[in-house]
Design a protein around this ligand. Structure first.
Ligand code: GRF
Length: 196
């Protein structure tokens, strides 16, 4: 019999992706969300987790970058996989080493386009519009020590019309995120978990 996969979600802000994930796995037989972590005590993602009665943990930069406190908290909840859903800080090496090949991120563009440091939220969609792109989308990928790098698990695209604004592009991209992120996490986590 396989042990349940235990996900921790990292989110810095609104947390609409975190919510889609918590909802998707709320009745799942093999996967559960056991913790939501944030670097931002005001993140609405924390409130969303509370509504799902999922424990939360807020940390500051020193705890994250210069200690093992976050890893200790993850181990305390027996977390097996990490999901970055709108999380804005680069992961420190100790965290990546503690969860090798067990960290996934979503980026709101078709990487390698419009990725890298400073490319997040509406800035990505503004850049897509300014570049005159005719399509954009999402990239779900494993995480390593660089921003928006790592093995690509899935890309999905949508059209960008001349009449689109950065906000309307964001709405299309969000819809793709909610549709594909939970089920891609499911497939990835189930294929990378070791039976016990
Ligand atoms: C999403 O577009 C995600 O792809 C990006 O940041 C946004 C976060 O939105 N990394 P939310 O916090 O999930 O609502």
């Amino acid at each position: 019999m396989n042990k349940k996969i235990r996900l921790a979600i990292f989110a810095s802000g609104n947390g609409s992706n975190a919510e889609a994930i918590m909802k998707y796995f709320s009745q799942h037989s093999q996967i559960e969300v056991v913790l939501l972590l944030s670097n931002n005590a005001d993140a609405f993602a924390l409130e969303r987790a509370r509504r799902f009665t999922i424990p939360t943990f807020v940390f500051n930069k020193a705890q994250f970058r210069e200690s093992d406190e976050v890893i200790r908290r993850l181990n305390e909840s027996h977390v097996t996989h990490l999901v970055l859903a709108g999380f804005l800080w680069l992961l420190p090496p100790n965290l990546i080493e503690a969860f090798p090949d067990k960290i996934v991120n979503i980026h709101p563009s078709l990487l390698p386009k419009f990725g890298g440091k400073g490319m997040y939220g509406i800035k990505v969609h503004q850049a897509v519009k300014a570049a005159g792109e005719t399509k954009t989308g999402i990239t779900i990928h494993e995480v390593n020590e660089k921003y928006d790098d790592g093995k690509i698990l899935l890309q999905a695209s949508c059209e960008v019309l001349p009449s689109d604004t950065p906000e309307s592009i964001a709405a299309k991209v969000n819809a793709l995120e909610y549709e594909y992120f939970p089920k891609t996490i499911e497939r990835w986590a189930l294929s990378s978990s070791t039976p016990s």
